[in-house]
Design a protein around this ligand. Sequence first.
Ligand code: 6PG
Length: 254
Amino acid sequence: MTSSTPQPSLPAGTEVFADADAIAEAAADRIVATLAARPPHARLALCLAGGSTPKRLYARLATAAYRDRVAWSRTHWFWGDERMVPPTSGDSNARMAREALLDQVPVPAANLHPIPTDGTPEACAAAYEATLRAFHDQAAPGADRHPLFDVVLLGLGADGHTASLFPGQAGLQERERWVVAVPQAAQPPHVPRVTLTLPALASCRLMLFLVDGESKRAPLARIAAGEPLPAARAGTAGERRWLVDRAAVPPAAD
Ligand code: 6PG
């Protein structure tokens, strides 16, 4: 794994890697280690990011080097956001994760919890919130104040959004609901969305941001300068790490 060194002007918890492949390898290692650290037979849950960046990581988790290190039968898969398109659409986050990973590994169908897109955004958001709350309440009785997810994966949009929490939109201010509808996406694809809110995303043991490529220099520089962009506001009581590649590091942070 490429060694990484903290960068002073980047968000705390930032690690810089040579390229997107090195990020995918580091993220896969962190995920496997976080899940392996849970008690044997514990129910495990991941919240997947959409967009294109995580595809490399998902494909790596499906390789022989990783597939035998995940307890597929007791690991549950959720999504941080979804575009309101059919699950067969090329814009579907669920389709991307299924093709890159979930259709390649022995995960029980009952452990897959895609965000529904077969109704209005509001109805689908309400249904997914009910799914999350039911899953959380079904944790082993007496479990400590367990977070919703073991791992939350997030990306960074060109405008600093994460999941489908866009700058200046109401969803970003939501503190009670776990899932909300997004009538208008501020970045492509310009379709309505459903997104988890900051409180829901924060409920995890490990939050990993995956950021690669020159196109992410600008939003990363804004976050390093202290702008409270949505991705900067996504925190957790658990561990938060930004896995970025050299191409995404703003020149000043070099
Ligand atoms: C989505 C994602 C979104 C994504 C960023 C980065 O549904 O689009 O959840 O938040 O992570 O837009 O997208 P890329 O990885 O494609 O750059």
